[in-house]
Design a binder for this molecule. Structure first.
Ligand SMILES: [Zn+2]
Ligand SMILES: [Zn+2]
Length: 383
């Protein structure tokens, strides 16, 4: 299933290179993400850029004219390009398809090159991860030069064929070696492989077709993200040389530490200090949770230090499904460090009622929780 590249640009299959270029530039002027932030427009801009990449390359255009698709991978139903979830940028597709990392040169590579992806990071609080948020961030990337709309030329001037390489984009040199004469080719130093030069470059971009600019964009962060995840914004990365279509922008989440809760996947953990007497008699504690507000935790009578009370479904929402993890309260029993005489007397009276309670060295078999070392392990595993 070949894509209709001619249709995307609205030109006939007989269109000249000039007509294709003109059609692309006209569409790019209305659809470029810097002009038109609308998501549908961005998708279309990527499509027309792809179409232009293909039709402006004689080799690829030939494949299209033969009914093929130079960008389809193995010809299997047009998978992979233009849709969501494609991370590598156009350059990867070209390299995968044409099998070249620049070693096998195929004439001039053209001045218009796809732009690079870019990456930036943004800090989110645990609350923002839990509820989702729209973040306004400043991006510094190359954008299309508005003075020449990417052509790199000044006014109506036109690029000319490079004199050094006569448009081939590469120069050959003959070297003698013990094998005899060896012909090597390298990218043309004058046009850097483009095959053409711009005698009268655009005053704003110096012929590059792009300029650096800062802009503010709004990033919609979905519910349930966590540190290290990346959000992809199609065609918001660097505009390529010659105004080539923009790469993608990735926003990586950095999750800030929370005052109370420690996140473990979709579960949340917190530590609750319980006075000794409350642990013995039982009590309730209110935890101010991130999503559900005040939530009561029951401390049953006879609670031992280190016990964990869990509340199901009060943890973080899972990305996409929104299914909630659990909240785990780790109970720390606090023994009063100072007693006044009245309190000491009360505890002595209590001790008289519990005359069987005595400090003792325990046998390994009688330890609960799997023994001392197991609990030490738990303590060090960050729980
Ligand atoms: Zn050249
Ligand atoms: Zn310019």
């Amino acid at each position: 299933m070949a894509r209709d590249y001619y249709g995307l640009l609205g030109v006939s299959t007989k269109a000249t290179d000039q007509e294709i270029k003109r059609a692309y530039r006209k569409l790019a002027r209305e659809l470029h993400p810097d002009v038109n932030p609308d998501e549908a427009a961005q998708a279309r801009f990527k499509d027309i850029s792809t179409a232009y990449e293909v039709l402006s390359d004689p080799e690829k255009r030939r494949i299209v004219d033969l009914g093929g698709d130079p960008l389809s991978q193995g010809g299997g139903g047009g998978a992979g390009f233009g849709g969501a979830g494609f991370g590598g940028g156009l350059g990867d597709v070209f390299e995968a398809f044409f099998g070249g990392g620049g070693q096998t040169s195929r004439g001039p590579r053209g001045r218009v090159q796809p732009g690079a992806d870019s990456l930036l990071r943004t800090k989110l609080t645990l609350e923002e991860c839990a509820t989702g948020v729209t973040k306004h961030i400043t991006v510094d990337t190359a954008i299309l030069c508005d003075a020449c709309t990417g052509s790199g030329t000044n006014g109506d001037s036109k690029p000319v064929t490079c004199e050094t390489c006569r448009g081939a984009g590469e120069v050959q040199s003959v070297q003698r070696s013990f094998l005899g004469q060896v012909m090597t080719s390298r990218p043309c130093p004058t046009c850097r492989g483009a095959g053409e030069t711009i005698p009268d470059p655009c005053h704003k971009c110096g012929g590059d077709g792009r300029v650096r600019a800062r802009r503010d964009i709004a990033v919609k962060v979905p519910v349930g993200v966590s540190g290290g995840m990346r959000i992809r914004l199609a065609a918001q990365g660097e505009v390529g040389p010659g105004g080539g279509h923009a790469g993608d922008l990735y926003v990586e989440i950095i999750e800030q530490q929370h005052d109370v809760f420690v996140r473990d996947g979709d579960d949340l953990h917190c530590t609750v200090r319980v006075p000794m007497v409350d642990a013995a008699l039982g009590t309730t504690v209110t935890v101010n949770t991130i999503i559900d507000g005040p939530t009561e935790i029951t401390v049953p009578p006879g609670t031992q230090p280190g016990k964990v009370e869990s509340v199901r479904g009060h943890g973080m929402p899972k990305l996409r499904s929104g299914v909630r993890g659990d909240l785990h309260a780790h109970l720390e029993v606090v023994v009063p460090s100072r007693l006044d005489s009245k309190q000491a007397a009360a505890l002595s009276a209590f001790k008289d009622l519990r005359d069987k309670d005595q400090a003792e060295v325990v046998t390994t078999a009688s330890q609960h929780n799997g023994g001392l070392f197991s609990r030490l392990r738990d303590a060090f595993s960050g729980r």
